[in-house]
Design a protein around this ligand. Structure first.
Ligand SMILES: [Zn+2]
Length: 338
């Protein structure tokens, strides 16, 4: 598989090079010294995830309604597991600016992002710039409980590949607002100042919406602020809005891990011991494991899907970033309120 991947990328790099050559030929003769014009915003803007894509598109639409943003991942795609087509790799490599999440979230895009950088694209990896948090201790403890089987392999791979910083920063709306400002400032560097102003405006809208999210979450009493989630994706949410993560169905900070039977038995015990009322699943994935855990507890545990790594379908309540956070806060508040 790595060989195929490398081949795909070298083909993409070749097509991008051909594209650049063609663009160079079509420009006016004698434009040699006028290099500023070449970088002045005609290049494409590509975002990796649907969440970064919608926020970037809001900024771009405000600054220049003619400009467009390409979002690489489709709605419903799992960012941990997404593999680009060769056309998408070419698009990344040929981009002027790539807005990526980083911190290992887009594991299947690592090679393509590296090629894009090599080819002269600016790659803004946002998570690293918004004061990332380490992964929560609960998930680590959970993984350590099972030393004796293959699930550990997945957890170890994850740690080796991605280090210990959590990429899921978008679950904290303050960090997402900062990200909007940074994206606007980055766009302003190669375009014009309107992008920075629009980044600040989108950031203000996110901060205003966060006040409503906080109000919604106030309905959950202190003794019920306990989350069991699909994977360790809600660390920023818990930190920002005052929740505790009691456990995760999939061990570790990626959907690529696989729980052992010992992991699942430990989670069942935790749910029983802490009287956890709900398991929050991933609306983009089947809830088979969560259903099994719930059944094993012998209790009436609510299975509540959240939007985790992707926006909802167009027309759903989570087809914007603010909608995504509002829908999640409402689901959590409803499930955990007495
Ligand atoms: Zn995740």
């Amino acid at each position: 598989m790595p060989r195929t991947h490398a081949l795909t990328i070298s083909i993409a790099a070749l097509s991008a090079a051909a594209l650049l050559a063609a663009t160079g030929c079509s420009s006016d003769a004698g434009s040699g010294p006028d290099t500023a014009d070449v970088d002045s915003g005609n290049g494409s803007i590509v975002a990796t995830t649907t969440i970064l894509g919608t926020v970037t598109a809001d900024i771009v639409e405000c600054a220049d309604p003619e400009a467009t943003v390409t979002t690489l991942m489709p709605v419903g795609a799992d960012p941990h597991d997404f593999a680009p087509s060769s056309a998408q790799v070419a698009e990344l490599v040929g981009a002027d600016l790539v807005i990526a999440n980083g911190l290992g979230l887009e594991a299947g895009l690592d090679d393509a992002l590296e090629s894009a950088r090599t080819d002269g694209a600016t790659v803004l990896e946002v998570a690293d710039l918004v004061d990332p948090l380490p992964f929560g201790a609960h998930a680590d403890d959970h993984a350590d409980e099972a030393d004796d089987d293959s699930a550990d392999q997945g957890a170890d791979d994850h740690a080796d590949d991605h280090g210990s910083e959590d990429p899921h920063f978008w679950f904290d709306m303050q960090r997402m607002a900062t990200a909007a400002e940074l994206i606007g400032e980055q766009l302003a560097e190669s375009r014009d100042g309107a992008y920075a102003e629009c980044g600040a405006q989108v950031a203000d809208e996110i901060r205003a919406a966060e006040a409503d999210v906080r109000t919604t979450l106030e309905a959950v009493p202190a003794d019920r602020r306990v989350l069991v989630t699909d994977h360790d994706a809600l660390g920023y949410f818990s930190d920002a809005y005052g929740f505790e993560i009691a456990g995760t169905v999939i061990p570790g900070g990626s959907t690529l891990g696989e729980p052992s039977s010992a992991d699942l038995a430990a989670l069942v015990a935790t749910i029983q011991a802490e009287d956890v009322p709900a398991i929050f699943t991933n609306s983009a994935e089947p809830s088979t494991l969560a259903d099994a855990v719930s059944a094993e507890t012998g209790r009436d545990i609510a299975i509540v899907p959240l939007y985790v790594g992707t926006l909802g379908e167009p027309g759903s309540d989570a087809d914007t970033y603010v909608g995504f956070m509002t829908a999640n806060a409402t689901s959590i508040a409803t499930a955990l309120s007495p």
